[in-house]
Design a protein around this ligand. Structure first.
Ligand SMILES: [Zn+2]
Length: 476
């Protein structure tokens, strides 16, 4: 195994998050809808109907292409890709063949702490097919997805391990979300992968025979399919067999790839220019405008979080998983003036709660301003860290109440009144003569247990710093 390496290329299909479909005005959101409610004669492929290009889908596709450092030609066109399948009522897919909206880009991403660059052959636009469900009595056709706008993003064959492929796909998901072109929700089928994989002995430059595995709808399946296919091809070559060029599917249950059909060539699809749609043109000024609209992308934002706020790599990575999360952290950090604390609360406390409830940051009742207020209450000594992380945070999270209101109503203010604290300390000292004796004998650790007891008596509200100083003073 170790003397072989895989050569991997990835094709990613991502749904563009438009209000309507690619070539008609049907609703593009069919999540949890009855089958075949979001359909019309255009996306059902009735004869005599005419498609029109969804401008929003076109611009969002271009925006993604710009973020992937692609060249945007001033002229592009759609083509018909002809094939027959029951999920495709038109009998052809409207795609792009020789004049796609973009080509020759690249993305940079991290794999095991080192940088890797993979070329993007092209990003083109097309429409999706319907969805078939195979049941015991036959096959059910749902055309709600038919005509959904898609970006197909084809990488150069420059990926040399499962780890790299996975990191590439995850970075792509983040970039598409940051530019707002796709929600890339894998569970809703908004992002799917096809892989091309061949193997060769390390040091060789010639490519081996390429096998395609289609329709992988999770990162896990992507990784499993690559691992299985690499092993299968190595074993075939080692036992003197040949690897056949073919299209394979992924058997989710057994986590193996299975032969489906021999690979089609481009000529099998009899591509020709889509006669119902005019070619698309764009000006150099429009492309410049798109470039200006690209926000800071996840990798550079992560690197900036490390350099600007002094965050650890892993925290910065976690905070830049989604644009909304990065924005949340950065706003809380700026308002509170305490990025370290904003990071700690966001990554350990808030994300833990959200993950347990399986919801995203956008559904959080806590706003960045509220979190910043909480941090300020701790920093100014008004409440203790424990009270903040416990009672106050819990109520903020559940009810969305501002922290100062909770502190006020529940009387959670940290006690810094030295007279009151001295009283509590005296009581604890009286009740624990042994600990006091230990402290006098130089066992400093015993101070901790006395501080703990005072904190307990004060229900966590005494200022621990003042408690420590008072105990030391009283015992001396
Ligand atoms: Zn329609």
């Amino acid at each position: 195994m170790t003397q072989y390496e895989p050569i991997i290329g990835l094709e990613i299909h991502a749904q563009i998050n438009t209000r309507t479909k690619m070539f008609c005005s049907c609703d593009n959101d069919s999540f949890r809808k009855e089958p075949n409610v979001n359909t019309c004669p255009i996306c059902m492929g009735f004869p005599g109907t005419l498609p029109t290009v969804n401008k929003e889908a076109y611009l969002k596709g271009l925006k993604a292409a710009v973020a992937l450092n692609c060249n945007i030609p001033l002229f592009s066109k759609f083509d018909r890709k002809n094939y027959f399948y029951p999920d495709l009522p038109k009998g052809y897919q409207i795609s792009q063949y020789d004049k796609p909206v973009s080509a020759n880009g690249y993305i940079d991403f991290e794999v095991d702490g080192r940088m890797k660059r993979v070329g993007i052959t092209r990003l083109h636009l097309e429409d999706d097919a319907g969805k078939l469900t195979h049941e015991a009595g036959g096959t059910l056709c749902d055309y709600n997805r038919s005509g959904t706008p898609l970006m197909e993003i084809v990488s150069d064959p420059e990926i040399y391990s499962t780890k790299e492929a996975s990191a590439y796909a995850r970075e792509m998901q983040k970039i598409l979300r940051y530019v707002g072109s796709s929600d890339c929700d894998m569970e809703k089928g908004m992002m799917r992968f096809d892989i091309n994989i061949s193997i060769r002995k390390k040091g060789e430059t010639k490519f081996g025979t390429k096998v395609e595995v289609k329709n992988l709808n999770s990162f896990r399946f992507l990784e499993k399919a690559l691992e299985y296919e690499f092993k299968r091809q190595v074993e075939a070559l080692e036992s003197g067999e040949v690897v056949v060029q073919e299209t394979r599917g992924f058997d989710v249950k057994n986590e193996v790839t299975v032969s489906q059909r021999t690979k089609e060539e481009a000529q099998d699809y009899r591509y020709f220019p889509e006669p119902d749609l005019p070619p698309m043109t764009i000006t150099a000024e429009d492309i410049e405008k798109l470039k200006r609209e690209i926000p800071e992308l996840p990798l550079s934002r992560k690197q900036r979080f490390v350099s600007e706020y002094g965050l650890a790599q892993e925290d910065a990575r976690q905070l830049t998983e989604a644009p909304e999360l990065s924005d949340f952290f950065e706003e809380a950090a700026k308002i509170s003036g305490n990025p370290k604390s904003a990071n700690a609360f966001t990554t350990t406390v808030l994300l833990k709660h959200l993950n347990e409830d399986q919801v995203g940051i956008t559904q959080s009742k806590i706003t960045p301003a509220m979190l910043a207020e909480l941090i300020k209450l701790i920093d100014s000594g008004e409440i203790s860290n424990n009270v903040a992380k416990g009672e106050v945070f819990e109520e903020m999270y559940k009810e969305g109440t501002p922290p100062s209101a909770i502190v006020e109503r529940k009387g959670l203010k940290q006690v810094s009144d030295t007279g009151l604290i001295e009283g509590l300390c005296n009581k604890v000292i009286e009740e624990n003569p042994e600990a006091v004796e230990d402290i006098k004998n130089g066992k400093d650790r015993a101070i901790g247990s006395l501080i703990g007891k005072v904190m307990q008596l004060s229900k966590g509200q005494a200022n621990p710093g003042i408690v420590a100083d008072t105990i030391k003073k009283l015992i001396k």
